[in-house]
Design a protein around this ligand. Sequence first.
Ligand SMILES: CC(C)(COP(=O)(O)OP(=O)(O)OC[C@H]1O[C@@H](n2cnc3c(N)ncnc32)[C@H](O)[C@@H]1OP(=O)(O)O)[C@@H](O)C(=O)NCCC(=O)NCCS
Length: 295
Amino acid sequence: MYSDPLLKLPEIAQPPFLELLGARCLRAEAESGQAELQLNIDERHINLWQVTHGGVSMTLLDSAMGHAGRTLFPQAGASITVEMKTTFIRPGGRPGQTVRAVARVLHRTSTLCFCEAELLVDDAVAAKASGTFKYPRKRSRFPVRAPTPLQALPVQVGYWAELSRAASSVRQAVFVAEQGVPEVLERDSADPLSLHALVRDAGGAPIATGRLLPDGHIGRMAVVRSARGQGVGRKVLNALVEAGRQRGHAELILSAQVHAAEFYRRAGFVERGEAYLEAGIPHIGMVLQTGSGGS
Ligand SMILES: CC(C)(COP(=O)(O)OP(=O)(O)OC[C@H]1O[C@@H](n2cnc3c(N)ncnc32)[C@H](O)[C@@H]1OP(=O)(O)O)[C@@H](O)C(=O)NCCC(=O)NCCS
């Protein structure tokens, strides 16, 4: 591992622009000469043809190659793009899809690094790039900001009219694109009646959502894959539980996907009844006594 705390990977110091885009570094092990970035495509990333803008794809490819170069020379603190060539092979993804830029170093000298990268959409190559990067002789004079911890992001609670676009993009990515739930089952008439919770990343991209129905059911809990395991789901669930408590629900009920039951257990929910199938996925009923005296 690197001794420089800024380069502790995978939290490799991210340029603020990547954070604005919503991209995350998945992999950039020390000495490996390889790196992988991931981005969940949403409406902000697309062009007039409704697919990922080429500038977004090129940024991912450029940054993945730069990260790969840095794994071989962390003391340099950066690798600066000298030139890059990109070939666009097929559309670079639509909202709801996840794209990955996978890069590797072909050759490195004391001052230069030669790299190549692929942009993958559902494991199909959408674009290829090659580039040359220069290691600066002096470390950057500018302080590099550490990425904002996801746990520190606020939860927005509101109604469908306000949050539908953002909440739908998360649900589309998680339930439809990732879990294969048919879109007609994912969308239902309960959304306009429900209270919704939403978390956006530091760049404003929606990353997590969930809803509370008027009858005290919690549902549609979803966190985009790249943001999981960092406490975001818990924040959304806590916000919905708190809203339910304030509404006076004595118990909150949910239909948990069996694989996620432990997530709810850790928030105090307990199983009720037997497992069953919903949208082809095993579910189990769970309930939380809120301590509130109401309905
Ligand atoms: C289930 C889901 C919402 C959890 O969100 P998350 O942001 O990854 O969860 P968090 O990081 O907030 O985890 C909170 C706690 O639950 C635990 N946890 C989360 N997912 C878990 C899982 N699948 N199995 C076991 N424990 C889990 C975490 O380890 C953490 O434990 P801690 O209290 O010891 O810290 C997310 O994985 C997801 O969107 N999955 C796909 C969609 C889905 O299945 N939704 C549920 C429909 S019922």
